[in-house]
Design a protein around this ligand. Structure first.
Ligand SMILES: [Zn+2]
Length: 234
């Protein structure tokens, strides 16, 4: 079972020598500083590697990942990472990135029992329950994708109301938080259009984001529904 591990070291040595050959001094430059402009909060899913998707190099993106990209108010791990990124590294953009086909979201949707992770996934079930009326208007096969986007929306808000961000914005620090979704099926990132930068009330940004999701997914599930009636419900 472990016979592939030496391959990883071989790949690593190849990568390091290739980098050094292409960009002499690359690693010694990295030793001196880490000045990423971006923080990525994404899912642990092996199909969603932050650097590769965005073409960013070592030193360019500060990454925090967990199952289903959740930011819980009392999660010291996530909060510490966000504080380090904002206060120490002075990142300018934090992106919360969900992905379609997320097993965490799927498990939450189905109420599947896994074990201790159920308690973590319970946070997505809270999102599901909060948006139950909206989700019921979405075709069953698209519900998990809609919930993925709703989850991103909720987590952007959770980052925005964290003490770290409240303090950063009250100092006048320039940091914006973005909600994105990644398609494992096509390799493409989508901007969900939710960007919190303290210039507009968070509540109206949140409502607009939820409305866009409703508009995109509600009705016949083809993502092109134009029924103003379903858009009204808060
Ligand atoms: Zn996932």
């Amino acid at each position: 079972m472990s016979d592939n591990l030496p391959d990883l070291f071989a790949h690593n040595r190849h990568w390091a020598s290739q980098m050094e050959r292409d960009r002499p001094g690359f690693f010694t430059g990295l030793v001196k500083q880490q000045t990423p402009k971006y923080m990525w909060i994404g899912c642990s899913d092996s199909r969603v590697p932050a650097n590769q998707i965005t073409g960013l190099e070592p030193g360019e993106v500060f990454v925090h990942r967990n199952v289903a990209n959740i930011v819980v108010h009392s999660d010291l791990n996530a909060l510490s990472a966000i504080q380090f990124a904002v206060e120490r590294l002075k990142v300018q953009h934090i992106m919360v990135v969900g992905h379609y086909g997320c097993s965490g979201v799927q498990a939450a949707m189905e109420g599947a029992r896994i074990g201790i992770a159920d308690n973590w996934i319970r946070h997505i079930q809270d999102v599901r329950d909060r948006h139950r009326v909206l989700l019921e208007t979405v075709a069953p096969e698209s519900r998990a994708d809609a919930l993925c986007e709703l989850n991103v929306t909720e987590q952007v808000v959770n980052v925005a109301v964290s003490t770290v961000m409240v303090d950063a914005w009250s100092r006048g620090q320039n940091v914006s938080i973005h909600g994105w979704a990644f398609g494992v099926h096509d390799g493409l990132l989508q901007d969900l259009g939710l960007t919190a930068d303290n210039s507009k009330p968070l509540d109206s940004l949140y409502k607009a984001a939820v409305q866009r999701i409703r508009y995109k997914w509600s009705g016949n599930g083809n993502g092109m529904h134009h029924n103003s009636e379903v858009v009204k419900e808060a």
